[in-house]
Design a protein around this ligand. Structure first.
Ligand SMILES: Nc1ncnc2c1ncn2[C@@H]1O[C@H](COP(=O)(O)OP(=O)(O)O)[C@@H](O)[C@H]1O
Ligand SMILES: O=P(O)(O)OC[C@H](O)CO
Length: 496
């Protein structure tokens, strides 16, 4: 009887349930997209109800399609878009607010006004720069804008959490209200040294600590599923934020190993071992994973807000092309961008610039420019942004990279990965399974349930699909990057 792990990957645009064989190969996938709400400029919301109902649905769909019996399922792992938060009723589990999504920048002005009191404390305690990206100011905003919610929060009648916690509480029928260390480390309320919610930060953001979930290791006991019924009784044995899960799925689990995930945004993580890292170059210290009661493993992260979403924007809002397939074809029809640069600073610039006042820019057009040049520039912008993050990484660690493992929805694009290798002058390795986020959650669940004994068991499961070797002339590389940085400079502090 074949055995499986089930992973739920609750992402920014969709929710997937993926059934993995115990050697980390995909057996069956079911996915459902959820709506993106933009009620005001800079605001991004999801419906928690829709996310939970999609989650139940994709679980049912994957189980039906695979014709797998319940006893074949060894464990369930959850991975999720990080930082996005929602409030719900502790008893009924009815959502009380929309999900405020990580990309939402509505709280930036408030943070800027309070930066004198907040900035140093936040950096010292959570390791994070003061930006609207992380959860704390979003939770605080929801409480400040709803007095009834704030009163109920003081009485401990409500719960707040990231998507892992929302799903876990529902999957366990209200039994388990918990998150894991990786998700906690993205809230800006977690003390990185002390490995617990930070009282001072909770006070500064006026968030009662009682409404926050319990923090647990990433692989371990998260209770048992009660619904959906088709998987009732299955143990939940892993939770990881999606970028940490991708690093785990890429087996980037010991110091120096690095992955870059190209999805809606783009997120580079380098494992730094069991010491808390720091960066003077705009990268974020974050928890990479924790297996049971073993010491936590850390990473430096370079977060890029807009990657694949720039392509979606050109497709859906600018309507340059009808679908992604055409977009990829048209972008590949030209050999270069004809001097066009596209900086998709739609939510400001994240790492390594952390400039909330930057805005998007398209520059270098002439009468020769076609839609193909613009599409190609949008595709290449992800590679340029990744170079900036990797430069910051090398500056932070004093070490050059030998190679980088890549994954995510955009990593199917050979043109992008070749350009990335050329710009970085480092080999880019794509594994056979690029759904590494879900894979990481599945394999961590395998550790949590005791199917694997340690990380060594997982090393041999990673398989190379294609290695892209750098082949660009150094002078050409330098010239391309020089113009990219001139474009970046022109976006900086646009609103300031
Ligand atoms: N062939 C392709 N080339 C480049 N980008 C692509 C391609 N196919 C999909 N994408 C981009 O990949 C992104 C989706 O990646 P995915 O990892 O599924 O996203 P997420 O998990 O962040 O929701 C979309 O933004 C889409 O524009
Ligand atoms: O859902 P993704 O893949 O876009 O990832 C979102 C990140 O977790 C945000 O920090």
């Amino acid at each position: 009887m074949e055995q499986y792990f089930l992973a739920i990957d609750q992402g920014t645009t969709s929710t997937r349930a993926i059934l993995f064989t115990v050697d980390g190969q995909i057996r069956e996938v079911a996915a459902a997209e959820h709506r993106q709400y933009h009620p005001q400029p800079g605001w991004v919301e999801h419906s928690a109800e829709e996310i939970w109902s999609n989650t139940s649905q994709v679980i049912e769909n994957v189980m039906t399609a695979a014709e797998v019996e319940l006893e074949q399922l060894l464990a369930l792992g959850i991975t999720n878009q990080r930082e996005s938060v929602v409030f719900w009723d502790r008893e009924t589990r009815e959502p009380l607010t929309p999900v405020i999504v990580w990309q939402d920048s509505r709280t930036q002005d408030w943070l800027d006004e309070h930066s004198d009191t907040l900035s140093a404390e936040v950096k010292k305690r959570s390791g994070l720069p003061l930006t609207a990206y992380f959860s704390a100011s979003k939770i605080s905003w929801l409480l400040r804008h709803d007095p009834d919610l704030a009163d109920r929060a003081k009485r401990g009648e409500v719960c707040v959490g990231t998507m892992d916690t929302w799903l876990l509480h529902n999957l366990t029928g209200g039994e388990v209200f918990a998150t894991d260390v990786t998700n906690a480390s993205r809230t800006m309320l977690y003390n990185l040294q002390e490995d617990q919610w930070d009282e001072t930060l909770c006070q500064l953001f006026e968030i009662p600590a009682e409404i926050l979930p319990q923090i647990r290791p990433s692989a371990g006991d998260f209770g048992t599923v009660t619904m959906p019924e088709c998987i009732a009784g299955v143990k939940i044995t892993a939770i990881l934020g999606d970028q940490q899960a991708a690093a785990f799925g890429q087996h980037a689990v010991s110091a120096g190993q690095t992955k870059n995930t190209y999805g809606t945004g783009c997120f580079l993580l380098q494992n730094t071992g069991t010491e808390i890292p720091s960066s003077e170059h705009g990268l974020i210290p974050t928890v990479a994973y924790q297996i049971g009661d073993q010491p936590r493993s850390f990473a430096l992260e370079g977060s890029i807000a807009v990657a694949g979403s720039a392509l979606q924007w050109l497709r859906d809002q600018v309507q340059l092309v009808p679908d992604t397939e055409t977009l990829v074809e048209v972008a590949a029809s030209v050999d270069d961008t004809g001097g066009v640069y596209f900086v998709p600073a739609f939510s400001g610039l994240y790492a390594p610039y952390w400039d909330t006042n930057a805005r998007g820019l398209l520059i270098g057009m002439t009468g020769y420019t076609t839609n193909a040049h613009i599409l190609r520039a949008a595709l290449e912008s992800t590679a340029y942004q990744s170079v900036d993050v990797l430069t910051a990484l090398a500056d932070s660690t004093g070490q050059d990279l030998e190679s980088i493992k890549v994954d995510g929805g955009m990593a199917v694009n050979d043109q992008l990965l070749q350009f990335q290798a050329d710009l970085l002058n480092v080999p880019v390795q794509r594994p056979t399974v690029i759904e590494t986020t879900a894979r990481g959650a599945a394999l961590a669940a395998g550790l949590g349930v005791g199917h694997f004994t340690d990380l060594e068991d997982l090393a041999e499961l990673w398989q190379l699909d294609t290695e892209f070797s750098p082949s660009m002339d150094p002078e050409e590389r330098a010239e391309l990057l020089r113009y990219w940085h001139r474009a970046i400079e022109r976006t900086r502090n646009w609103l300031g």
